[in-house]
Design a binder for this molecule. Sequence first.
Ligand code: SF4
Length: 351
Amino acid sequence: MVTVPVDRHPALARVRRLLLRSPRVVHAARSLYRWPPLTRTRAFRAFVFARVEAAERALPTVVPRVAIETALTCNARCVMCVHSERKLVGIMDRDLFARLVDELAAWGVREVCLSIYGEPLVDRHWLERVQRVRAAGLSYSFFSNASLLRDEIAQQMLALGGWSEVNFSVNGLSQAVYERVMPPLRHARTYDNLQRFLARKQAAGGGPRVTISCVAMRENLHELDAFERFWSSQRGVDRVSIGNRTDWMGQLRRTDAGQPVEHRLRVVDDSVWHTPCPTPWSSMFVYHDGRVSPCCEDAAQRQLVLGDATQQSLRDIFHGEGYRALREQHRADRRCAHGTCGSCHANWPWV
Ligand code: SF4
């Protein structure tokens, strides 16, 4: 099977960017990829296994996507997140962080995501970390709820450059919905922060690519269209993303089961082929304590640990026994025999 490397074709890349701007197109594409009749076809299986083999051949030269959890702690208790049900805290040691950043730069990683399952702006050393990333010549992205995005911080980050992308998680348009879904955050404060930041980005004539994201759930379903219209019309917003929920591999007790948004779970059920997963060939997620996982699907329970960055280099972990064994299991279509991947119901696309 021949696949087209979209990023090398500017026209195709432009079309893809335009399509990805529409939450409806993205939702339809995801649904199609998980559509049981499609996943049962020989063509679909052949496509997936061709991609697996291509990823395996490319491995010696691959530079993975890396996310570092500078902070697990969060100042919100969003109802669709395990932070609302269990205490999850931790801040990465600054020396470990500095060593990881230097390693990434030496490895040829050009960009790093600075969050996984917490709010990075709760960290009082946040700006120092950004400076460290920039001094190593890397650019960076992160996810944030924007409630702590003070103007001084935003200004300093814009001045440092290299801020390539940010995903602001804003799960309600009206005050009532926002504050019901994301307690104890205040709607007025977050919306003020975001609008001041977007104005500053416009005034600077550039800045990070901005995604405003929202998880669809019963509390906000009635205002999703208005949410999309509002944020799409804001200058400086590049994309609005309406995501599907997950139960974080059974770690979240409240799941909206039986509610009208049930079909928007982002995981597949047991009737769908659980495909080999692309993340062991492409990604590293370094938790705040140095443990390394290939994905964030397991971020609430943290059983899928393939290495310890306090003991080994990231490169050694990526090419080491833990990653190798997991890839072999997926490659042989034995994902369901794996303790964690077998109970994971995410089918991340190979496109
Ligand atoms: S199958 Fe699930 S748990 Fe396993 S690597 Fe993929 S996303 Fe992570």
